[in-house]
Design a protein around this ligand. Sequence first.
Ligand code: GLN
Length: 452
Amino acid sequence: KEKVVECFRQIHLKNKRLNALISQTDSQMLLDQIGNKNGRLRGIPIVVKDNFATAEFKTTCASKILSAYYSPIESTAVRKIKEEGGLIIGKANMDEFGMGSFNTNSFYGPSLNPVDPLRVCGGSSGGSAAAVAAGFCAVAIGSDTGGSVRLPASYCGIYGFKPSYGSISRYGLIPYAHSLDTVGILSKDLNIICDVFDVLKGKDELDPTSIVSKERKEILEIENLRIGVPQEYHVDGISDAVLRVWSQTLEKLEKRGAKIVPVSIPSTSQALSAYYIIAPAEAYSNLAKYDGIRYGFKANGDNYKDSLFKTRTEGFGNEVKKRIMIGAYVLKSLEKSRFYVAAQKVRKQVQDDFDRVFQAVNPLTGAKYENSPQIDFLLTPSALDVAPTLEMTKSKDWNPYINDVFTVPASLAGLPAISMNGGNENGLPIGIQLVGQYGNDLNVLEFAKLLS
Ligand code: GLN
């Protein structure tokens, strides 16, 4: 009870400035619920990203087009949290429909970083990360399509876990790019992430892409681990501070007996471009249903076509419209093989590159390679630098896509990954990313514990 009261106190003090929550519940109502329910998440205050369908709150995806939308269904993730006694405190700000890396593409305005409110908190699950870092909740649910849980976790100095694709049901998570979308978990406490993952994972009849989770947890001993360092991740634009934290982490591991192995993921340089073709192509199709008739906001026009045009022009923000146009373009019959098909080939290449370096065989592909460096995990930075200031993201020279370079490859391959705080530069957190083979979610979490 005291913890929940403290969360509300922090929300009261800081949410106006940080803008992390789009909706929140009544504190007394939530406190009354604590006594009622038992379960593995009993009494744990939880914030949920606003692209998960919830019964009590509106579900806006931080878009004008859904700004008054109440879903008739509840997402499986939220249902399971409630069944286990978790307390949903509110819904988190985000980049509209999950499109963005800095939470600056929200209809409700940017969410800011609790570590330094002149800086952004990252995106697209920015409100979720800010809510955790500011003490509004013990754990937050986000979604990660190309890095949306890991990047804000890195900027806010907390843990952000993206499980293997399919290991948590996406039912009721409003799709952005469904072949990449995953349900992620953010917290300062790794044990809570493990508990929430344990509750959420598993097959769900309502999501045909969800999988029966095979427990592949091993007792890890650092001195037996082989840690891969992808050489291609030494990209242009990586800051000295990030390089320092990355090598310090590796040195620490080496001192504790782990073997550090340089490896090659040759497709790295193409992965970002492939992602920014595949994700918009899927978004183009997933967002076609917002026509002002079936869902949410409707602008009046002279006829169906006119009102459809006005609804989408006024209802979507600029970044979403840009992605829809890119999606339409790369799927046009004449351009399809140049862009969409080429991107799918890169995606396959990324999967093969990862399969080649891991010791564990990918249960989805079964591929075995000779001369594999046989590593257990990859260890990379999560972002190019510390969180940028809000001002920097407005500059015309700012490239909003390049920061996804380290997170997108694991998304294309569907692999489990976690960002954890590795160090600081002038008090600003720097994240380190651990990536494991498909299905090795529990091992990735165990490894993160060993590193903590
Ligand atoms: N920044 C990436 C994008 O805009 C990833 C977003 C996400 O994971 N939802 O697509």
